[in-house]
Design a protein around this ligand. Structure first.
Ligand SMILES: Nc1ncnc2c1ncn2[C@@H]1O[C@H](COP(=O)(O)OC(=O)[C@@H](N)Cc2c[nH]c3ccccc23)[C@@H](O)[C@H]1O
Length: 311
């Protein structure tokens, strides 16, 4: 039965999360968020996922590039297993009347406020995200609490749902997170990378001078990042993957991890390619999702206006 309102002992009424349309997601997006999104849509009755096109304007974008990126991101998350029958999948801008200033600074200042609005507009209770979004979520919590104090209990205070791999690090600098905007090409693994690209990126991954494979994120961040990725893509525990790595040096281990990533994403990569060819299907999914999300948000928005005194 899908109407389970509990997830790992939490009462979950409404899941909401989002991703910027930067094209095809990377390993960090997948392991930090999208994998959890797929699981949550199976277990929770009210689930919304949004392509955050307005947020992506904090970095100026050519309209044609943005349009294409929206479709590529949609194809990728559908290929990862997001099912529009089990969740509402829609574009953020189809829900908002005001337009976002695209000129850098204002966008950056208003970014977390817009994010809070996204979450609160649906009275979301849980937000599956990577660790880098927790501060933004705290602002949404503060706003919800402040509103409730002033106008009476209305918004649930949204909680983060973090995956076990909360933060995947750059393969070139394990001190920073893996990020789409990293200028170093070998730092970030896209989930649609070819097997050759994946092997190259892992071969060049920065580790340290110890050849043994151990897990100690504080003193050995590089190799520990590989262990985390390996565990996450195979579904094994850290202990189990360390056991498998017994006797391997880091150079060999990098190839084991690369192979596990190739295996995991091969079917997803094929599915992305197929979906990218069906542009009208992608557009339809997003439009249908927006209709359903609007229906959900409209009475909440009306109620907010009434409580505040706008009507
Ligand atoms: N290296 C990494 N390791 C682990 N997780 C990571 C890594 N990089 C990214 N993530 C997670 O991927 C999701 C999408 O990332 P975005 O940067 O598009 O995510 C963002 O830029 C958001 N501001 C989009 C957004 C706008 N409004 C929202 C409302 C709720 C939730 C999210 C949003 C996120 O969950 C992010 O935590």
């Amino acid at each position: 039965m899908k109407l389970i309102r509990k997830w790992r002992n939490m009462v979950v009424d409404r899941i909401f999360s989002g991703i910027q349309p930067t094209g095809t997601p990377h390993l960090g997006n997948y392991l930090g968020a999208i994998q959890n999104w797929v699981n949550l849509q199976e277990e929770c009755s009210s689930v919304l996922y949004s392509i955050m096109d307005m947020h992506s304007l904090t970095m100026p974008k050519e309209p044609a590039v943005l349009r294409q990126n929206i479709l590529d991101t949609t194809a990728a998350i559908l290929a990862c297993g997001i099912d529009p029958k089990k969740c509402f999948l829609f574009r953020q801008s189809l829900m908002k009347r005001a337009s976002q200033n695209s000129e850098g600074t204002v966008g950056l200042l208003t970014y977390p406020v817009l994010q809070a609005a996204d979450i609160l507009l649906y009275k979301s209770t849980h937000v599956p995200v990577g660790e880098d979004q927790v501060l933004h979520l705290e602002l949404a919590q503060d706003i919800a609490q402040h509103f409730n104090k002033k106008y009476g209990e209305f918004f649930p205070v949204p909680k983060a749902i973090l995956s076990t791999t909360k933060k995947i690090k750059s393969l070139r600098d394990p001190a920073v997170k893996m990020s789409k905007s990293d200028p170093q090409k070998l730092a970030t693994v896209s989930i649609a990378d070819s097997p050759d690209e994946i092997v190259l990126k892992f071969r060049k991954a920065v580790t340290d001078f110890t050849s043994e494979v151990t897990y100690d994120p504080a003193s050995r961040p590089g190799v520990s990042n590989l262990v985390s990725i390996h565990a996450a893509v195979t579904g094994l525990s850290i202990k189990e993957v360390l056991h498998q790595a017994t006797g391997l040096d880091t150079a060999h281990y990098k190839m084991v991890v690369a192979e596990s990533v190739i295996q995991k994403f091969a079917p997803i990569r094929n599915e992305i390619k197929k979906l990218q060819e069906d542009k009208s299907y992608l557009i339809k999914v997003l439009e249908d999702g927006a209709e359903k999300a609007k229906e959900l948000a409209a009475p909440i928005y009306q109620e907010i206006r009434r409580l505040v005194g706008f009507q």
